[in-house]
Design a protein around this ligand. Structure first.
Ligand code: ATP
Length: 353
């Protein structure tokens, strides 16, 4: 673990104001070399501003930014060892793919021949060997984005910055290109900071995810940690869907808590918590529906929709209306059916707010 070596990024107490408006409040984070870290959050939460400060396109109002252990806080963009891949690939339309990739190398002083050779290598790296003579208009959207990635990578930056790199691609292509970007990052081992507002994309590509909200870090962790142990209702709902349900924590033992929701008791992972009232995030697919029986946590189906590989239900209970995703497609429970509600082992987390 190195926070000073090449490819590391550190934000220390970064604050960014635009006039009287504070876009980023006291942001501190550390990115380890060779990892892909995603800044995720709803529109306006400060992802792009954070990335632009790392790129040197914005300067923080206060705090320090280190890249590879070096303080770059006030350095201009062209003196930082980073390259950025933008939302719309911004290729020069009149230049071939090869010329687009070679352009940055030539502007940084490399001789034309050497720049072209490095650009050829760059195109091969992203699977576009032999396509160098095509103009951007003669390439698909996914290929154009790969040219943009090659153009950034041939500069051999310490850190590659990707600002919503897939947003101009259609859904199917998005999945393929995100896999390609992740494979390339793992194969070459560069550090990448990736901005997206799409949680599936973040889960799929990241070593770590930093979820932002209103200029703050709402939660940071590995994809599984954020999904399995959301700290708040905001995270639970942002990383997939969740029902937020009031519960009582009856006791805590060996890293597990015993909780009660109405007549249902259940054990869930729980550290550093005290008995008393609390909130649970319950994934829609963590709820089981059984035939009604006396003494159970019960509910009544109010809505059912068969969706091919699962059935969705709304179930009215004394703890609120629950949204349930049931993989048992061989049956569809009709509205007005009374059911007993259970929780599965996974997909239930105690949240703080
Ligand atoms: P999106 O997903 O919509 O791109 P984002 O999370 O990237 O959103 P930012 O672009 O970082 O959000 O913006 C964060 C906040 O700062 C927003 O409220 C935005 O309006 C404000 N902001 C960004 N740039 C400026 C600017 N140059 N002047 C004033 N306010 C700005």
């Amino acid at each position: 673990m190195s926070t000073e070596g090449p490819g590391s990024v550190v934000f220390q107490n970064i604050r960014k104001q635009f006039g009287a408006f504070t876009a980023i409040h006291d942001l501190s984070l550390t990115i380890e070399p060779g990892t892909l870290v995603t800044l995720l959050g709803p529109s306006g939460c400060g992802k792009t501003t954070t990335l632009r400060m790392l790129a040197g396109l914005e300067h923080p109002t206060s705090g320090r930014i280190l890249i590879g252990g070096k303080d770059v806080t006030m350095l201009p963009a062209n003196e930082r060892d980073v390259s950025m891949v933008f939302q719309s690939y911004a290729l020069f339309p009149h230049m071939t793919a090869l010329e687009n990739v070679a352009y940055g190398l030539e502007s940084s002083g490399l001789k034309r021949k050497e720049a072209r050779e490095r650009a050829e290598d760059g195109l091969a790296l992203v699977g576009l060997a032999g396509m160098g003579e095509r103009l951007p208009a003669e390439l698909s959207g996914g290929q154009q984005q790969r040219v943009a990635v090659a153009r950034a990578l041939v500069l051999e930056p310490q850190v590659l910055l990707l600002d919503e790199p897939l947003s101009d691609l259609d859904a199917r292509l998005r999945r393929r290109v995100r896999t390609e970007i992740r494979e390339l990052q793992q194969r070459l081992g560069f550090t990448a900071v990736y901005v997206t507002h799409d949680q599936d994309e973040a889960l799929a590509v990241s070593d770590r995810i930093i979820v932002m909200r209103d200029g703050h870090v709402a939660q940071e962790g590995a994809p599984r940690d954020l999904y399995d142990a959301p700290a708040s209702a905001f995270i639970a709902d942002f990383m997939g869907e969740a029902n937020v349900v009031s519960c009582d924590i009856l006791g805590v033992e060996g890293g597990d808590a015993t909780i009660r929701v109405e007549a249902l008791t259940h054990r869930v992972p729980g550290r550093d918590i005290r008995p008393g009232p609390a909130k649970l995030a319950v994934r829609p697919n963590a709820i089981t529906l059984e035939p009604a029986k006396n003494g159970a946590f019960s509910g009544r189906i109010t809505h059912a929709a068969y969706l091919g590989d699962h059935v969705e239900y709304e179930v009215k209970t004394a703890a609120g209306t629950l949204f349930v995703v049931d993989p048992a497609v061989e049956r569809t429970l009709a509205p007005a059916t009374d059911v007993a509600i259970g929780f599965k082992e996974r997909g239930i987390a105690i949240i703080s707010s």
